[in-house]
Design a protein around this ligand. Structure first.
Ligand SMILES: *Cc1c(COP(=O)(O)O)cnc(C)c1O
Length: 474
């Protein structure tokens, strides 16, 4: 009864079941609670032992949908401002469903000419969108974390080769400690990538000014002290607390001068280059050796998707090409993306990336970016005009870093008050926003990347935080 081979028509019925749900779901996104108060209990209701006899296709999906909608978070909706998470454009969503329907392995051309060709084109279109040199290349990965890993793996390969060692073959044992320099803005995934690569997340040299940005004088001093030894510099184009940027152009000057590798983490900040209003923030990125960004943030494709671009894709091949007799070889114009990536079998992320870029083009993405910039500017102005909120950092891009500070509350109480509002907001459901610690203070830091967010959604942020703050017992 529950043998899938005995239910051949269920494939379509299963898709129809989800499509029916999708209709109501998409309509609910603008108004339904971001998260239900009973979400934890709903998640924990899933359980029990592996069934001996399965429920059958539709019954299992029914259970998943019923419990799942109570337990999930509407993170692709317009009032989700936590971390930096995009929604999904209609074209990306449709293409993502098609990706599962076609179930392509984008490991190589023979496994899927479609996925491989679209990956080639998507990566070129993205380079055009970001104004990166067309003769660079790259690879799609699962997100910023693996993109940082991939870009820094190319950096590590280069660094080893500068010492006459092929790290991917001979390892790190014969080499000195690799000098890795960055600012206080480095993202935790950059650190984790250094750990995974054997470079050591604790072996960084941090060259930070009091705000955390790259201190160019310190960077130069450190590079000069290396006396010609190759180094890896990580520049940060958009950090997560306030959307601040390292001075990439000036860092690129120093990397040129001292022959260092420049890796730039632009997980969301690379999109600053999509609008002339903010392009200057990320000027100089085109002079880096590796640059990464995310698909599931400002590109608004479904999880999970990121991209790594490198000036010299051969470094990726020397790092990640693990040939075997049963695997094909790359031919010109028909790259085997598995030989540029950490993974061998790979989801065909290129379908969604291609579809969304084909559907909305350069002008569509400029509109999405500029709407997000407008939303951030609007919120920042509301914070500044109010007498109960305080802006804590400049707002160069799409993140607004501020706190609740009603008159009459002592400074020593403010961290606790803001933390309690932050706890309350996650179960309240009207909006979803997280906190950080900024200059030693607890701060909210909503980030705008979702194409659906309107100014009315923005207006709910202070209204909700004020409302929750006023309801808290002293
Ligand atoms: C989100 C983010 C990452 C990590 O990206 P994931 O897609 O979550 O792995 C890396 N760097 C920065 C600056 C980010 O904002």
């Amino acid at each position: 009864m529950s043998d899938p081979l005995e239910q051949p028509a269920d494939g379509l019925a299963a898709l129809e079941r989800v499509a029916r749900e999708a209709d109501a779901y998409l309509a609910s996104l603008p108004t339904a609670p971001v998260r239900l108060a009973r979400s934890n209990e709903a998640a924990e209701a899933f359980g029990g032992p592996l069934p001996d006899e399965g429920l059958g296709t539709l019954a299992a999906l029914d259970e998943l949908i019923e419990g799942g909608l109570d337990a999930h978070v509407r993170s692709s909706g317009p009032r989700f401002f936590h971390w930096v998470m995009g929604g999904t454009t209609p074209a990306a969503l449709g293409a993502d469903w098609l990706t599962s329907l076609l179930d392509q392995n984008s490991g190589g051309w023979d496994a899927s000419p479609l996925a491989s060709r679209l990956e080639l084109i998507s990566l070129r279109w993205l380079r055009e969108l970001f104004g990166l040199p067309v003769d660079w290349d790259g690879v799609l990965v699962t997100g910023g974390q693996m993109a940082n890993f991939t870009g820094l793996a190319a950096a590590r390969q280069w660094w080893g080769e500068r010492h006459g060692v092929d790290v991917s073959v001979d390892g790190l044992a014969a080499l000195p400690q690799a000098p890795v320099l960055t600012s206080g803005f480095i993202h935790v995934t950059g650190l984790k990538a250094l750990g995974m690569l054997g470079l050591g997340r604790g072996r960084l040299t941090t060259c930070a000014d009091p705000m955390g940005a790259m201190d160019l004088a310190v960077l130069e001093r450190e590079l000069r002290a290396l006396d010609g030894a190759p180094a890896i510099v990580i520049g940060n184009a958009g950090e997560v607390n306030a959307g601040l940027f390292d001075p990439i152009e000036r860092i690129a000057d120093l990397c040129d001068e001292y022959g260092a590798w420049l890796h730039v983490d632009g997980a969301f900040g690379l999109f600053a280059r999509v609008s002339p209003r903010t392009a200057e923030l990320a000027a100089g990125v085109e002079r880096a050796h590796s640059v990464i960004s995310d698909g599931h943030k400002w590109l608004n494709v479904p999880f999970d998707c990121g991209f790594a671009f490198v000036r010299d894709p051969e470094l990726l091949t020397r790092t990640f090409a693990a040939g075997a007799a049963y695997l094909p070889e790359a031919k010109e114009d028909r790259p085997i993306f598995a030989f540029r990536a950490p993974e061998l079998s790979r989801r065909a992320r290129s379908l969604a990336v291609w579809a969304t870029l084909a559907a909305y083009g350069r002008s569509g993405y400029r509109a999405i970016v500029e709407r997000s910039l407008d939303n951030a500017t609007r919120l920042a102005a509301q914070v500044e005009e109010s007498d109960d909120f305080e802006l804590l950092a400049p707002v160069p891009l799409n993140v607004v870093c501020f706190r609740y500070r009603p008159p009459g509350v002592a400074e020593t109480e403010l961290d606790d008050l803001n933390e309690r509002i932050a706890d309350a907001v996650l179960t309240d459901g009207r909006i979803y926003v997280g906190t950080t610690s900024w200059a030693g203070r607890v701060a909210f830091r909503p980030a705008f990347v979702n194409w659906r967010t309107t100014s009315a959604d923005v207006d709910l942020i202070l209204e909700t935080l004020r409302d929750l703050g006023s309801q808290l017992p002293a």
